[in-house]
Design a protein around this ligand. Structure first.
Ligand SMILES: Nc1nc2c(c(=O)[nH]1)N[C@H]1C(S)=C(S)[C@@H](COP(=O)(O)OP(=O)(O)OC[C@H]3O[C@@H](n4cnc5c(=O)[nH]c(N)nc54)[C@H](O)[C@@H]3O)O[C@H]1N2
Ligand SMILES: Nc1nc2c(c(=O)[nH]1)N[C@H]1C(S)=C(S)[C@@H](COP(=O)(O)OP(=O)(O)OC[C@H]3O[C@@H](n4cnc5c(=O)[nH]c(N)nc54)[C@H](O)[C@@H]3O)O[C@H]1N2
Ligand SMILES: [Mo]
Length: 757
């Protein structure tokens, strides 16, 4: 039952819309999850693969970064994990014949779905300047081309090294070492578009840019769990199991979201009989349908109420924090009319939430892209820290900050030094270990890299994973920028748009995926990853590689580094590529918290990295205290006749990888070009439900247009539309970014709808 890849693009011909679902997962979830694995991987390979996901001797799920429990179920995977595994373990292949048959000019017009469905890349290919085809090239020749172009650069800062968050710790560590040996900190990554805002806000206020809770804080201890700007039913389905456990022991759950997402309302656990048969567990006790970008005003109003009623932990504030008095003064000036306008919530709703908070001895706040991708993302997350500090909800059991990470190793890549703004202490340790003086100037982040490419300042763009052309904002600007780069290099498992919208010369270097056996000179290797709760553990592939020509990311980085840096470079690249234990040995001496790495990662479940606020109520900020910060509210006012647009994931995609054309929980089937709008807004705009419109975004430099979207009347907050990325990325202006973090503000774009038919 191995289905062949699609010949034609499916498009939206079969689009139909049903009522949104009220609950997530359940039996349908398992069935939907298994179907793609069995279709793409064949029955035997599929079942064998799924049995090994997230098991202690298996591989880490290439889906999201939600942690595994101590005692994984026999099948610790979810519907969307199954889809991620299927994408990678597919038996379809893209080789020389494929590229001979499909010119790049044709590939550029294919959808992300069609490209991804073609199968795994099997051999290195090169497209020369002026040629319309990729053609096979040897690994050696490919590395030679890169070495020649890098050697001809005027400065190392003309090269950019992007990383996506699936890269292992070992590969990431070597990749940043290579870039810095070359002399640049141009290491943008997908984190710049993801949790950069969280990292910025948390490191400033708490001294650590990561989450402070563990899985048992959620399952066993928290009395109140607040889920803000996150859609776990689709993007972190295993989180629902943890929330269900919390719920069963009496924890309260509050969801804050413009969309009534199915997973937030009710959950049917597919791994429990009652979940398969019954109606499941109601999850949220309180659902607050907030307006886009209203969260800063919301949390600030709650903070004010708590201070007014005296429901704060003065002892904690005095002992562990700084800045409270100034901030409390700002809160007293908060205008309730602004709060109402920004949040769309009534005073009763806010009071109800404050009452939940007063009752709870321990509170966790979880969030994801609904907070990080707004202009005021960093002040908003700082205000959440204020909220938790007020009642001592940091550094104690069942309490804390929980930014839920996206990619399975995005947090680990940062820990390994993938960052354009590396801390001096990291560079010092790296330089001491490898005997060189790393560059100190900050490099480009993702948006900075696009500007530099646009301005002709980049000679080489390399990507270790990801789909830069599709994931980044302002698609027209970005693809034009990429196409004028003299050489682009993509290390990838699957075909994607970035290979079609690549530089003047373009290389695709195919690599092993997580699911595959990685055999090196010293034997079979494993790699390590860090999950959203700072647990580091191993991941070992089990399937034969998709093609004998594939190399591991580690081998590719080391091979390239040797060729580029020459035989005179003292780094033992060959030895590092032969035995990943030697890489971990280096990491253990450079990165704090990785002492005895090899021994500790051998333990079942791995080990937890230190987190001073969580472990010892110590705040490594400049003042040594946790900081209250003043975050003035700026109400985002939209001109009449306009809406605010957020760009989200459907249930059938992993970022730019489109598994299928459905968004089951939201009732969308057979298409993706939809725009969700509140029925009352449609009435006011005079646009009937189901019309076809152009979505037009408005920015200082002019309009951007996404043609041909079907309007779907949907119970979203008033004034707040939604659509899918990457299709809507063409509407996000490059300069529309979050303060401080520079993250594209792709969840609050001012748009108008123009009817076309
Ligand atoms: N299956 C699957 N899993 C994934 C991914 C995937 O694409 N598919 N992607 C992975 C990655 S890289 C990431 S970063 C995560 C993303 O995980 P999520 O952040 O859950 O992903 P989004 O689809 O962007 O959903 C954003 C949510 O925030 C809400 N929201 C938007 N703006 C606001 C706001 O202003 N205030 C509030 N309170 N809510 C708001 C939206 O309505 C939506 O529910 O998922 C990871 N896991
Ligand atoms: N408008 C809008 N834009 C967004 C977002 C949004 O919410 N709205 N979300 C942003 C977020 S949170 C993120 S994280 C970024 C994601 O940005 P990216 O990380 O750049 O994009 P992905 O779609 O996750 O990358 C998928 C590609 O990775 C490759 N790949 C998969 N597995 C492996 C592997 O093991 N090794 C290697 N080398 N390659 C592999 C495959 O070729 C696949 O095509 O997008 C951002 N863009
Ligand atoms: Mo992400």
């Amino acid at each position: 039952m191995t289905a062949k890849p699609p010949v034609d693009d499916v498009g939206d011909e079969n689009l139909h819309v049903e009522r949104p679902k009220r609950s997530a997962a359940g039996l349908a979830g398992i069935r939907h999850g298994l179907r793609p694995v069995l279709q793409q991987a064949g029955v035997a390979r599929g079942v064998r693969t799924l049995r090994l996901v997230n098991q202690q001797r298996g591989f880490d799920c290439p889906g999201c970064a939600w942690p595994e429990s101590d005692k994984p179920h026999l099948a610790e995977f979810c519907e969307n994990g199954a889809k991620a595994v299927a994408e990678e373990s597919t038996v379809r292949r893209v080789g020389a014949e494929f590229f001979a048959a499909h010119p790049v000019s044709e590939l550029a017009n294919r959808s992300d779905h069609w490209l991804g469905q073609q199968g795994r890349l099997t051999e290195p290919v090169l497209r020369e300047a002026g040629d319309d085809h990729y053609r096979p090239v040897s690994w050696d020749h490919a590395f030679g081309i890169v070495a020649d172009v890098l050697a001809a650069m005027e400065t190392p800062d003309q090269a950019v090294f992007y990383t996506s968050g699936r890269t292992s710790n070992e590969a990431a560590f070597l990749y940043q070492l290579f870039a810095r040996r070359l002399g640049t900190n141009n290491l943008p990554d997908c984190s710049n578009m993801c949790h950069e805002s969280s990292g910025a806000a948390l490191s400033e206020t708490l001294g650590v840019g990561k989450g402070s809770v563990s899985l048992t804080d959620i399952t066993d201890h928290a009395e109140l769990i607040v889920i803000v700007g996150q859609n776990p039913g689709t993007n972190h389905p295993r989180m629902l199991t943890a929330l269900e456990q919390a719920k069963r022991r009496g924890a309260r759950i509050v969801a804050v979201n413009p969309l009534p997402e199915a997973g937030l309302i009710r959950f049917r656990n597919p791994q429990r009989v009652s979940g398969i048969l019954g109606r499941g567990t109601p999850l949220a006790d309180l659902f607050l349908q907030i307006r886009l970008a209203g969260d800063l005003a919301f949390f600030q109003s709650v903070n004010r109420l708590l201070v007014e009623s005296g429901d704060v932990d003065h002892e904690f504030i005095r002992a562990h924090t700084a800045g409270f008095d100034d901030v409390a003064a700002l809160w007293r000036d908060l205008d309730w009319a602004d709060v109402g306008e920004a949040t769309g919530l009534t005073r009763d709703e806010i009071d109800a939430f404050a009452a939940e908070v007063r009752r709870a001895r321990s509170v966790i706040v979880c969030w994801a892209m609904g907070l990080t991708q707004h202009r005021q993302a960093v002040p908003t997350i700082r205000e959440i820290v204020n909220f938790l500090l007020l009642r001592g909800n940091i550094g104690r059991r069942g309490a804390g900050v929980c930014p839920v990470r996206g990619h399975s190793n995005v947090q680990g890549d940062r820990t390994m030094g993938i960052w354009e703004k590396p801390p001096a202490a990291f560079l010092d340790a790296l330089g001491a270990e490898f005997g060189f003086d790393p560059p100190r100037d900050h490099g480009y982040d993702t948006v900075g890299a696009i500007r530099a490419m646009r301005d002709g300042a980049v000679q080489v763009f390399m990507a270790l994973g990801g789909n830069f052309a599709a994931a980044t904002p302002d698609s027209a600007v970005t693809s034009a920028a990429l196409r004028q780069v003299p050489l682009t290099i993509h290390v990838s498992t699957k075909l994607n748009r970035s290979h079609a919208l690549a530089g003047r010369r373009s290389l695709i270097l195919p690599c092993l995926g997580r699911t595959e056996i990685d055999l090196r000179a010293s034997g079979e290797q494993f790699v390590t990853v860090e999950d959203s709760m700072s647990v580091v553990h191993s991941s070992r592939g089990a399937l034969p590689p998709a093609s004998p020509a594939l190399r591991s990311e580690v081998a590719i980085v080391c091979g390239l580094a040797r060729r580029v840096l020459g035989l005179g470079d003292p780094t033992p690249w060959e030895a590092l590529a032969a035995d990943y234990a030697t890489v971990r040995d280096r990491i253990s001496r450079v990165v704090p918290g990785f002492e005895d790495f090899e021994q500790r990662v051998a333990r079942p479940g791995g080990f937890v990295l230190p987190h001073p606020p969580r472990d010892e109520l110590r705040f490594p900020t400049t003042s040594g205290k946790a900081l209250f910060t003043a975050n003035p509210v700026e109400v985002l006012r939209v001109p009449p006749g306009r809406l605010l647009l957020q760009t989200v994931r459907s249930h059938d995609q992993f970022n730019t990888t489109i598994y299928g054309m459905d968004d089951r929980y939201r009732g969308i089937h057979g298409g993706r070009r939809v725009v969700f709008v509140n029925a009352d807004d449609l009435l006011e705009l005079g646009i009937p439900d189901a019309s076809v419109v152009d979505v037009v975004s408005e920015w200082a430099d002019g309009d951007r247009r996404a043609p041909g979207f079907r309007v779907v009347a949907y119970p979203t907050a008033r004034g707040c539309a939604a659509g899918y990325f990457p299709e809507m990325n063409v509407l996000v202006p490059l300069d529309h970014t979050a303060e401080v973090s520079g993250t594209p503000a792709s969840k609050s774009v001012v748009i108008r709808l123009e009817t076309t038919g």
